[in-house]
Design a protein around this ligand. Sequence first.
Ligand code: HPA
Length: 277
Amino acid sequence: MPETALHPLDDPNADPFAIATQAAADIARLTGVDHHDIALTLGSGWGKAAELIGETIATIPATEVTAFSRPALDGHVGTLRSIRTPGGRNVLVIGARTHYYEGHGVRRVAHSVRTAAATGAKIMVLTNGAGGIRDTWKPGQPVLISDHINLTADSPLEGATFVDLTDLYAKRLRDIAHTIDPNLDEGVYTQFRGPHYETPAEVQMAKAIGGHIVGMSTALEAIAAREAGMEILGFSLITNLAAGIQQTPLSHAEVIEAGREAEPVISALLARVIEAL
Ligand code: HPA
């Protein structure tokens, strides 16, 4: 699609669910896999999980799928993969997340999740790299998301769509993750708009209102996944302690490096959890 063409999701008259259905048809055609059971979005640090989950049936560039965008950042992969687990389930691995901070609006943020639902996925696993507010956490540590606080002041839902968010990050799935690693901590994910990191004062605010993790993704996607009827499991890799909790300045390079170091361990954990879902 030429850069100047109107993005299909930017047409206010377009139905984002119809576009997701088209995207799911593209995925079926390009991968040869007509149905997926589980979808997994890979955030920074989680990339190696794909190889460990099972046999890759197909890898396709996200840009060949209707309304998917190229990732804005290095360290984020722009592919979709279909993987068959040893147990015979099909996992759609999404390496192309559109972040809210890119400024393309909530429809584009929600598109990969809606597409996953349209491929048949009943479970959405969302992963990210994030800052830790708890000072007992260490960079490189994975944490389960127990709930979220959405500080974007936005919603992926349009019109009067009243969706219940109780048990958004399903207790049933978190319990399964705990059977794989009983030491996994849990925390409340706080989504800021970004792309700047938080100020120390904002981190203290997040802490005061019940947040344990700060990041720039996931919450809006989780809401869209719930609307689409999926069960959600969320994981954060703590890549750094949040601003002011750690005494040194934050940098994207540090986030990428922490992800790289933790990748083998957390990816193995994720693959085991997915096999158990
Ligand atoms: N804040 C927000 N997003 C992040 C952080 C952080 O400290 N680390 C990695 N992603």
